[in-house]
Design a protein. Sequence first.
Length: 67
Amino acid sequence: MSSQSVPHSIANMEGLQSSIVRGEADRVVELLGSQKLDELQKSYLLELAELNGNAEVIKVIKQAPTK
């Protein structure tokens, strides 16, 4: 992983968290793109979505591919 992709990954994760909290399913889809989440990331994001109770966001995260 290059040093340029690490800050991008961190910023992307922060963006995902914010979008999940705000219930922005379309933005979550956009930020996830075609990237694969590791199991820990997916579990964390799913838990965050479940705490907010947005069914559409939960569905998007459940459908995200894992590494």
